[in-house]
Design a protein around this ligand. Structure first.
Ligand SMILES: *Cc1c(COP(=O)(O)O)cnc(C)c1O
Length: 497
């Protein structure tokens, strides 16, 4: 299996090369040449395996340049009970008849990004070895909260890597800040920037492309890489849990093997729902892919009209990990839907860069309508949904997941579609405790974060994840705060250059 670039179909690289490069030289994203097939018999067999082996089975179809031993080295290290609190890794909770919550947040940082970031470091170091890049991999991350912590936990103490994370001093939640400042590991660094997320991100991008820095690293046996969600090594692990969920439901007799299900995904950068699309086209019987957004509803409009227009107000919401106006992974979907037309992708995405807007062809609009449905809801509706779910089913869900539940309810009301449905649950309710508690009951606004967590634990059936419970007693290791102009010097100093 080789990988092409969405902006140049002539590019042809192995998966190890795609993963180490992250993004193609001309700015395109790597996509597999073909989507490998999975038969119903294979899906049935996958249902009998433990999660790490399910993952290895799916990876063997995409990472064909990896040996079985290499794949198992990655999956066994990533998906073990050392890192995840449930044996199933991706637990399925039954919300009500025919509706299942795929809980993707039992990893070390309590959000679904762990599903990919626990394995990416192993993919990266294995890939680098395979293509004889005998260098230490230095990961730089700019984060608005979730990604940075998940990347830190993934890369911590992984041999042959080091990681440095920058976050905006006043741009993350108190819990997120504490999670990062107390980070353990001998190869990690965390630093706050006096500025916003864009300042962090621009600084990191400038360092990545700075030739002086690159040469210095090279002379010292190091290279930069990115843990960003456009890396194929972050997308492919997400395909696994859709295959796994289907196989599990079939094994448990909840669905008949071959019966179609709907999948609902709370969406930001379009990575998670794109993974579901890949699972569907591999052969997992999926009917509709339902794309749920918060009030930053650029994707709802796109799926419903075929016009992508980022020229709109940006809102900070109670589901911050979906506060995004440019969904990078959409590029991969459009490349597939245009029949791998790299010229048209270049045209649309240069329009997006220059005008902030593009409109897809009638053919692509028809394909979007056939495969996807889309909806959105605001913060008030999100909180009302958390409350209603709690009252009705004694289940506590986080704000992002609540957006998906609300959009799904609307979809069902509008269509009467009774197809059994899997809803991707992307974060633990404890991770967004302020908004979740406010939704459950009023009058606790003044509590500190830890008391809010304790109060949710009293109200809810869900145990506090140990990673969050332990946070209170952990010493702070990182307190550096720097000016944005000093980011490059800070990186060099940290690397001892
Ligand atoms: C990142 C994130 C999302 C959005 O996922 P995409 O793959 O970017 O669409 C949704 N929910 C949570 C909790 C997240 O952290």
């Amino acid at each position: 299996m080789f990988y092409n670039s969405t902006r140049n179909s002539e590019v042809k690289v192995s998966s190890a090369e795609a993963i180490t490069q992250g993004i193609s030289a001309e700015g395109g994203l790597f996509v597999p040449e073909e989507i490998p097939a999975l038969t119903l018999d294979e899906i049935k067999a996958v249902g009998e395996m433990k999660y790490a082996d399910r993952a290895a089975y799916v990876f063997s179809k995409y990472l064909t340049d990896f040996t079985d031993a290499e794949i198992h080295y990655c999956t066994d290290n990533a998906y073990s009970d050392k890192n995840f609190e449930t044996e199933n890794i991706a637990e399925i909770a039954h919300l009500f008849s025919g509706t299942y919550m795929l809980e993707l947040w039992h990893g070390p940082t309590c959000a679904f990004k762990d599903m990919a970031l626990q394995i990416l470091p192993y993919f990266l170091t294995t890939s680098a070895k395979k293509i004889k890049l005998d260098k230490k991999i230095v990961i730089l991350v700019a984060t608005s909260g979730d990604t940075g912590k998940a990347a830190l936990e993934g890369f911590k103490d992984v041999e042959g890597t080091s990681i440095l994370v920058f976050y905006p001093e006043d741009g993350v939640s108190p819990m997120q800040k504490r999670q990062m400042k107390t980070q353990e590991g001998g190869n990690v660094g965390v630093c706050a920037i006096k500025g916003n997320f864009d300042d962090c991100q621009n600084g990191v991008k400038a360092i990545f492309t700075d030739n002086e820095v690159k040469n210095l690293l090279d002379e010292n046996g190091m290279m930069f890489s990115s843990a960003n969600s456009i890396n194929w090594g972050r997308l492919v692990p997400q395909i696994v849990y859709y295959v796994s969920a289907y196989a599990e439901l079939a094994k448990d007799g909840e669905i008949k093997l071959g019966e179609k299900i709907n999948v609902v995904v709370p969406t930001g950068n379009f990575g998670n729902i794109l993974a579901a699309y890949y699972a569907k086209h591999m052969g997992v019987p999926i009917n509709k892919l339902i794309c749920a957004s918060n009030i930053n509803n650029v994707l709802t409009d796109f799926i419903n009209t075929g016009v992508y227009d980022r020229n709109r107000q940006f809102y900070a919401t109670v589901s911050p990990s979906m506060d995004i106006l440019i969904s990078s992974n959409l590029e991969r979907l459009l490349y597939l839907m245009t029949g791998k037309n790299d010229a048209v992708i270049r045209e649309w995405f240069s329009k997006l860069a220059s005008e902030g807007r593009y409109e897809v062809s009638a053919d692509v609009k028809a394909k979007l309508a056939e495969e996807f449905c889309a909806g959105f809801c605001d913060d008030e509706q999100t909180k009302n949904t958390i409350h209603a779910i709690y009252e009705k089913y004694s289940y506590t869900c986080d704000t992002h997941t609540a957006v998906a539940v609300k959009v799904y309810n609307d979809y069902k009301d509008a269509t009467g579609d009774e197809t059994k449905t899997v809803i991707a649950s992307t974060a633990s309710p404890y991770k967004f405790s302020a908004a979740v508690l406010a939704a459950l009951e009023s009058g606790n606004e003044d509590m500190d974060e830890y008391s809010k967590v304790d109060r949710i634990a009293q109200l809810s059936d869900i145990a506090v994840p140990s990673a969050l419970a332990d946070l209170k007693n952990k010493p702070e290791r990182f307190s550096d705060v720097i000016e944005k102009a000093d980011q490059k010097a800070y990186v060099l100093k940290t690397l001892g250059l």
